[in-house]
Design a protein around this ligand. Sequence first.
Ligand SMILES: Nc1nc2c(ncn2[C@@H]2O[C@H](COP(=O)(O)OP(=O)(O)OP(=O)(O)O)[C@@H](O)[C@H]2O)c(=O)[nH]1
Ligand SMILES: [K+]
Ligand SMILES: [Mg+2]
Length: 367
Amino acid sequence: MSTTAQRIKDIEDEMSKTQKNKATSKHLGGLKAKLAKLKRELITPSGSGGGGGGVGFDVSRTGIGTVGFIGFPSVGKSTLMNQLTGTRSEAAEYEFTTLTTVPGVMQYNGAKIQILDLPGIIEGAKDGRGRGKQVITVARTCNLIFIVLDVLKPMSHKRVIEEELEGFGIRLNKDPPNIVFKKKERGGVNITNTVPLNHIDLDEIRAVCSEYRVNSADIAFRCDATIDDLIDVLEGNRVYIPALYILNKIDEISLEELDLIDRIPNAVPICGHKGWNINELKTTMWDYLSLVRIYTRPRGLNPDYSEPVILRSGHSSVEDFCNNIHSSIKSQFKHAYVWGKSVPYPGMRVGLAHVLLDEDVVTIVKK
Ligand SMILES: Nc1nc2c(ncn2[C@@H]2O[C@H](COP(=O)(O)OP(=O)(O)OP(=O)(O)O)[C@@H](O)[C@H]2O)c(=O)[nH]1
Ligand SMILES: [K+]
Ligand SMILES: [Mg+2]
């Protein structure tokens, strides 16, 4: 075992032996921050082996969004890939059939979505076991992660995969914590909160700051944060990605068992082999990608429903729409008329800042 791994284990042991209360919270806060720093050491490519980085695994990106498949070997990732895209990614009974990233493209709702079939990962992947590091490095850059699980295997595998991804700085189905951190030259650590903090106390926050050598800063908590949230903000290299759990091979289980797994949140049960519930999977995928379809309506004509402009939620203003069509449109823009969910009445006149919603219809009026 490497020294870093040993130190991590020592700290985890100490934490598990320490009861959390007022007297120990400062100590625990410091330990948590130490742990986060050590874990960072473990996942940062060191140059000398360890298989860090994404060398040879990343592929060029196409489409409006990328979905990456993460799972243990032989859970059915490649079978599902073939089902969704028609790309041939070899699927077979033996483990580690897929050895590198296999890209494919799926057309859905008028959008091109890139699908990445990835090699299987195993427990300890993030610490350098197998090719896990490269695989998870690719997952970090995806817009959506499919965590593929074999329903015939223990459901504890779900947690194992989550821990691998979390250990690599990926936060699943979570918004970035609303903590505003401003480092200062002097003045000490100044902590404010706009909501009650139920999970952390001041001593703990100070212990974490001191571990990160933050002597002066303004920290404003605008959410009921945990100490892990604060550490995430201080570490700064976290990515927040939506994830969908694909519960595969339901052709092998009973209806009663299906009923049980159906309660897992953010999940879609499927049979990749036979194509069961694939439509449900596609619709859910679309929702999780948060894409916005905008239909163009030339003045005096009917909307063109055949080729929507696809925007991302959060970047779907009329200005984004114009830029997506052509860079010159914005300079000629006078106003736009909008029909759909984003306006209180059909055909409302709006400006560049107006935010469009999925399936809105837009007419641009030029100067
Ligand atoms: N019963 C059943 N078997 C499936 C299903 N999907 C895939 N399989 C089988 O599971 C095995 C593994 O499938 P793959 O698609 O190669 O799995 P993978 O996750 O890509 O595997 P690696 O690339 O090795 O990590 C194959 O024998 C598939 O035929 C399914 O829905 N039901
Ligand atoms: K396989
Ligand atoms: Mg495969």
